[in-house]
Design a protein around this ligand. Structure first.
Ligand code: HPA
Ligand code: ZN
Length: 345
């Protein structure tokens, strides 16, 4: 099998499934705790990592929410976002759609405005400095009430121009998509794009995926790997040209496998599957590591790796001309690598 590591590293990429709070690396967590005069129950970054003891979504979320406690000021959100964008840029990510969880902060007494102003300023500065383009997706926490989600949606409306879409994350157990039907209908009327997490190997996974299609009318599905259990569902996802944002290293932590064979199966069915990092500070691996492990474990060809990147640009919520420009950049890269590779012969 061809070694495609360097090809993957150099390839222009889009990331469609990354939680900004999930990019909070231990080093920054310590710095922010110190600045904010907070005590962390760990002596060192290694000790903190060692305490990241999770094996399913629920146990992961406990650590994830605890981690947020160091984020207090606009500057904290700025530094968090900027650090992720710098890392993404270093891996040739040229475009990212970034989730944020306002209720994870407003429930701790942090103002919505503080959160979004910090994130937004980092987006602008990183684009100016590195040319990395980004858009924001606001997620509702599905283990909170639909009323709280609706309030959050209403609170976000003055910032509508800064938010491209809404999503749904947190604990899926007993919190099906349909619980948020009214909220997502309202979001649609406000012209947001819609996506929802359908986490892997949940109770009633395929029922939940059907709900996102038939009851919510999503534009995208986050994870959604269990759709493979239902041929009719796969066909429907394909016919509606819905993109699935799969996160293999994350899946490896919260389920029994990275689901890389499933990613290949989706590619072979012509489904618009993409590879993403989810919460790279907790499930170690950013875009390159996720793509490299998928390529190696599933034995993907170079054409399939390129397809994964093309799927992400296609499935993005960019304007058509920007999508086309990024897809041109990708094909130029592929052509350039070909020329480069034959030069030494
Ligand atoms: N699933 C659900 N909620 C989340 C995730 C996820 O992968 N990451 C952060 N919050
Ligand atoms: Zn996620």
């Amino acid at each position: 099998m061809e070694n495609l590591d360097n090809f993957i590293k150099g390839m222009p990429k889009a990331e469609l499934h990354v939680h900004v709070e999930g990019t909070l690396e231990p080093e920054l967590k310590f710095q922010l705790a110190k600045r904010n005069n907070l005590d962390l129950p760990y002596e060192s970054e290694d000790e903190m990592r060692a305490a990241y003891d999770f094996n399913d979504l629920t146990s992961f979320l406990k650590v994830y929410y605890e981690g947020m406690s160091v984020l207090l000021t606009e500057q904290d959100f700025y530094e968090l976002t900027y650090a992720y964008l710098l890392k993404a840029h270093s891996q040739n990510v040229v475009y990212a759609e970034i989730f944020f969880d306002p209720q994870g902060h407003t429930s701790r007494g942090i103002a919505f405005d503080t959160v979004i102003n910090g994130i937004r300023r980092a987006q602008i500065d990183a684009e100016k400095k590195y040319g990395i383009m980004t858009q924001l997706i606001m997620c509702f926490l599905r283990d909170m009430s639909s009323e709280s989600a609706m309030e959050t949606l209403e609170h976000s409306l003055p910032y509508k121009e800064w938010i491209i879409g809404v999503g749904l994350d947190s604990d899926e157990r007993t919190n099906p998509p349909i619980k948020f039907k009214d909220v997502f209908e309202r979001a649609r009327r406000e012209n947001f794009f819609l996506t929802m997490h359908c986490d892997v190997d949940q109770q009633d996974s395929t029922v939940h995926i059907w709900q996102t299609l038939n009851e919510i009318g999503v534009d995208r599905i986050d994870h959604g790997v269990n759709s493979l259990e239902d041929g009719v569902l796969c066909r429907e996802i394909k016919d509606r040209n819905l993109t699935l944002t799969v996160c293999p290293i994350s899946n490896g932590y919260v389920t029994e496998s990275m689901k890389t064979a499933e990613i290949k199966a989706m590619l072979e069915k012509g489904m618009n599957v993409t590879v993403n990092s989810d919460d790279p500070a907790y499930f170690p691996g950013y875009m390159n590591e996720n793509l490299i492990v998928t390529q190696r474990k599933a034995g993907l060809s170079k054409a399939q790796v390129v397809q994964l990147s093309a799927n992400a640009f296609e499935g993005s919520w960019l304007a058509d001309e920007d999508k086309a420009a990024f897809l041109r950049l990708l094909s130029e890269y592929v052509a350039w690598k070909y020329t480069f590779n034959i030069l030494p012969k």
